[in-house]
Design a protein around this ligand. Sequence first.
Ligand code: SF4
Length: 414
Amino acid sequence: MRIYVETYGCWLAKADADLLLQRLGGARANSPQDADLILLYTCAVREDGEVRQLRRIEQLSAVGKKLVVAGCLAKARPYTIKRAAPAAELIYPEQVEGGGERSMNVLPQYNGSLIYTVPLQVGCLGNCTFCVTKYTRGGAGYVRSAPPDLVVEHVKRAVAQGAREIYLTGQDVITYGFDARWKGGWNLPDLLERILREVEGEYRIRIGMSEPWVFGRFADHILDIVKRDRRVYRYFHLPVQSGSDEVLRRMGRRYTVDEYRDLIHKIKRELNDDVFVATDVIVGFPGETEEDFWMTVKLVEELQFDKVHVARFSPRPFTEAAVMDKQVPDVEKKRRSKIVSEIALRIAHLRNGMRVGRSDVVLVDEVDHGLVVGRANDYRQVVVKRGDGRGIVGEFLNVRIAGASPIYLYGEMV
Ligand code: SF4
């Protein structure tokens, strides 16, 4: 069966769409018109994203092929989707494997691309007041993890078949193995050790988004592995969300600004600041005062993040924050997100500039019209100047960093 797949949202959504494609037993079609079935994997995190996806669902429904709408928005907005596409079949995140609940005993097969994305777990230990994902995928202590043996076996096969980047992802990847109480090898650092020990070959591992209050529990072990083995990207994505303890309390986040600050300082100290730290910030959360907002700005300036994903608060269905008092006007959210984004970009440029003159080994992940782009050892993007303009996706290149912009490093072949 020829299936046209369109995915919105996180890498876990992309991995789930691959799993569904496998279960439906299809081959990818390049366009809705060429397909027997259209699979739209959706995301519920943001209001503006919801509007875009509903419009797309109407468009795809008009193509006249069988339409499957899967994922978080299918679960959060089933009636709204059915109004837009009455004939659509809905598949919720927990039904991706075919049953009523995820067993995590099935992983997507490697599809021949550079990156093999492994959905290690679903669920989380948080209960954040703004988050719809805890409703669509489970949260507040619900965690399901893929068995370590299954993960290692799939990674081994993928690397043998050509994968050069292993992306370990999930809803909150650091909670991996909580359902086995993190014992018997069921935790992220032990799994990393096993993969590095048992999977031979040239590849890189990227660790997905981790909630800071859980990451702290495994930080020493993970930092030790990263120091020892250059196959693990020196890259951490640790959402802070706000620089104000009062706002963190209203968000239901389980750390203070000081605890978060200590974690980031530890990571940078242990890795001699040879690391890429990304974070998420929400501006305009209900009750966020001007003073709270500037606390967030100050924290971004102090901790010098390499990347800040800035989101304007967006009230989501079934969340406490959607009905909280002191909602911030949209025009004010816009002003605040512009300020943080500009400061974050300036800092990113500074941080990239500090890499000029260094040597690095770059994994090529894109070759386009003679432009060779790849990832440095801390996952920074590097545009590599090659006299011959040739480049092979999956190749490792020795490069000297000669220049920097807020987004890219510019490298010359050594
Ligand atoms: S934001 Fe909070 S509730 Fe949502 S997935 Fe992350 S930890 Fe869980």
